[in-house]
Write a protein that binds this ligand. Structure first.
Ligand SMILES: Nc1nc2c(ncn2[C@@H]2O[C@H](COP(=O)(O)OP(=O)(O)OP(=O)(O)O)[C@@H](O)[C@H]2O)c(=O)[nH]1
Ligand SMILES: [Zn+2]
Length: 329
């Protein structure tokens, strides 16, 4: 797999003389907001054109008047990003997990879901899938069924309801979700309309005000909500949510086609038994992946424990073609 060129060169853990450490809590263009251990925040600019910082970066910075300059970006534990033909977009660094929020309505794109899971797997970041709007029936049950392949391959899938009336009260699933978030840094991703802002505002009541402040600070008065933002959920600052726009067009150009099956846990489970060592799993005779692809009408009760859902296999084929195509130019 190609490494991302945006990764900074490995740095030692020692602190350069005269610098202070901080955490990048928002980034927009060439500016970012750095939080010191005491909670103070200030606008900083990376020194040099190449050093790109992302939310979640630990940096060493130096004061220059009211602002600051970033002298060094500490080595990242991971970096979640997507890459299309034109550019690389980094979402955030040093994550404990990614929460992919989808909902009963609007209907989620399985292709988009699969892509974000592959990108996370490539960086070794665990994913939690949360299906919101459990009050909407029958759409919720249908969406839940569509996630069967994901549960089977070991993904955590949680149901959630942030709105809507039922006898049992409100916000089903929220307590369990909160437990899963506690003490961790979680990037929240999701398409438009699934309840992402509802969730962030529920967990971080001051989020709206904070977003306004950050946007004013980083955009000198202009209102844009297109930057990635770090929110502390608790006063002790041990639980963090990172809200990031841009779930659509999830480019995976940084992934080699032959790596794909290794990054899809259901396909991966059948690897190693194909007749050809360089099997693409697309058409080869004696392919172990193909042998486990579920056919329409297969009895789910007699399901093969290694069964690969037809949809998952279709997504694999499409992605393989897409990534191979792009490599010819
Ligand atoms: N029925 C139902 N509606 C919900 C639930 N959670 C959120 N909503 C509604 O879904 C709509 C979209 O919620 P938002 O929080 O604005 O969604 P978003 O993901 O931030 O969407 P964008 O702002 O477009 O990015 C709002 O009308 C919410 O009130 C739920 O559990 N059930
Ligand atoms: Zn094969």
């Amino acid at each position: 797999m190609k490494r991302n060129h945006a990764l900074p060169a490995a740095a030692s853990s020692s602190q350069p003389a005269g610098t202070l450490s901080g955490l990048v809590v928002a980034a927009h263009g060439r500016h970012c907001l750095v939080e010191s251990p005491d909670g103070q925040r200030r606008i900083c600019h990376p020194r040099g054109k190449k050093s790109q910082v992302v939310v979640g970066d630990h940096v060493q910075w130096q004061a220059t008047g009211d602002e600051g300059s970033i002298e060094r970006v500490d080595t990242r534990r991971n970096l979640f990003y997507r890459q299309d033909e034109m550019r690389t977009k980094s979402f955030a660094a040093n994550l404990d997990q990614i929460l992919v929020l989808i909902a009963a309505d609007p209907e989620f794109s399985e292709r988009q879901l699969a892509r974000s899971l592959i990108a996370a797997e490539a960086e070794g970041i665990p994913v939690l899938i949360v299906l919101n709007k459990s009050d909407l029936q029958p759409a919720f049950d249908q969406a839940w069924d569509r996630l069967e392949s994901y549960r089977r391959m070991g993904c955590d899938v949680l149901p959630l309801r942030l709105k809507g009336q039922t006898a049992a009260g409100s916000e089903a699933g929220l307590v369990e979700l909160q437990q899963r978030l506690t003490g961790r840094t979680t990037l929240v991703l999701g398409p438009s309309g699934v309840g992402k802002s509802t969730l962030v505002n529920r967990l971080v009541p001051q989020a709206k005000a904070l977003t306004g402040e950050i946007s004013r600070a980083l955009n000198s008065g202009k209102h844009t909500t297109t930057s990635t933002t770090w929110y502390w959920v608790d006063e002790a600052r041990s639980t963090a949510l990172i809200d990031s726009p841009g779930f659509q067009e999830f480019g995976l150009n940084h992934i080699e086609p032959m790596q794909l099956a290794h990054l899809m846990p259901d396909l991966r489970a059948t690897l190693g038994n194909c007749r050809f060592y360089n099997c693409t799993h697309l058409h080869e005779p004696g392919c172990a992946v193909l042998a486990h692809v579920q056919k329409t009408g297969d009895d789910p009760a007699s399901a093969d424990p290694l069964a690969i859902g037809e949809n998952r296999y279709r997504i694999y084929g499409e992605l393989f073609a897409e990534l191979s195509d792009r490599r010819q130019y």
